[in-house]
Ligand binder design. Structure first.
Ligand code: ATP
Length: 300
């Protein structure tokens, strides 16, 4: 099945080919060159997910050989825990997510899921175990029901409605004259940033993956919408191993652990309180963002 390709109408007139089931990953590559094809090893076994323990062991990686982006990352995400990755722009946060999906192979070290090296198992079973709520969700030029149902092949209308309810977008859809049959995307109804994120959350609920990656939007939603989305995300994180790629700090305060990436290395890690107390990179970023927020309030 992983060999089945289907053409998708994305980004207006641009047709791209995306492997079925990976629509949301497309966002991560919208602005980068298509990655080199990663090949399964002959006879590679299926990934067997038990509890969803994720471990990066001394991971090294560069998009180009002469420029290493990750310089030996050790990262342990216990099964069911929420770990947030923060760090300056360009530190390599989104790169970690791309490596987990094995869009690229690491150049050193290993990424393990429940003790299995992800480079040794089939990509199809690896990607089936991972869900992502991306920064900016790409919608198909199709109905909103189709866009949600894409999360799981053969999803019934009832399952799609339940996912919409879980993502708190059911009422919005039911208020539309054509309900789930409403066409969205470039040639249909334009959804707001928050509504698109809810479609992504609904897709993920349908997929029901044991491991979740949240690639937080870089552009801020208004604070009311953001709080509502955070509350919805908190419910889907429950019981799953979650890695939050955080481009802002406001949303990571409650993570079980915060990992600070800087210059391709883990600079420090701990809870929000521990890191503030340590007075290092994180504390500096936190105080800087707090000052910026105060300035923004003063200007408004
Ligand atoms: P931000 O918070 O700004 O999104 P980030 O920490 O997520 O940043 P990444 O997107 O992981 O950063 O990028 C890390 C580095 O890798 C950056 O210097 C970026 O320019 C580089 N990079 C990302 N994608 C590619 C690519 N396809 N080819 C070459 N370099 C890349």
């Amino acid at each position: 099945l992983s060999q089945l390709f289907r053409p998708l109408d994305l980004l207006g007139m641009v047709y791209r080919t995306v492997r079925q089931g990976l629509i949301d990953m497309n966002d991560m590559f919208a602005l980068v060159d298509a990655p080199a094809e990663v090949i399964d090893r002959p006879g590679a076994p299926a990934l067997a997910v038990r509890r969803g323990h994720v471990c990066f062991e001394n991971v090294r990686f560069g998009y180009e050989p002469e420029r290493e982006i990750l310089k030996g990352i050790d990262l342990d995400v216990p099964a069911g825990a929420t770990v947030a990755v923060v760090g300056p722009s360009g530190a390599g946060k989104s790169t970690l997510a791309r490596l987990m999906f094995r869009f690229y192979d690491v150049t050193g070290g290993r990424i393990l899921i429940d003790g299995q090296d992800i480079a040794e198992v089939t990509q199809e079973t690896l990607r089936a175990a991972l869900g992502i709520v991306p920064q900016d969700t790409v919608l198909f030029n199709d109905t909103i029901g189709y866009n949600i149902g894409y999360g799981r092949e053969g999803a019934t209308p009832e399952a799609i409605r339940a996912a919409a309810r879980g993502a708190a977008i059911e009422r919005f859809i039911e208020s539309l004259p054509q309900g789930y049959e409403t066409r969205v995307g470039e040639r249909g109804l334009k959804l707001s940033g928050g509504e698109k994120q809810r479609v992504a959350i609904a897709r993920t609920l349908l997929k029901d993956p044991p491991i979740l990656i949240l690639d937080e939007a870089t552009s801020a939603l208004d604070s009311g919408t953001e709080a509502a989305i955070q509350a919805t995300l908190a419910t889907i994180e429950h019981g799953r191993t979650t890695i939050v790629i955080a481009h802002r700090l406001s949303t990571v305060v409650d993570a079980d652990r915060i990992v600070v990436l800087d210059h391709g290395r883990v600079a420090e890690q701990g809870t929000h309180a521990e890191l503030l107390e340590a007075g290092g990179v994180y504390a500096g970023m936190w105080h800087y963002q707090a000052t910026q927020a105060e300035r923004a309030i003063a200007v408004a």
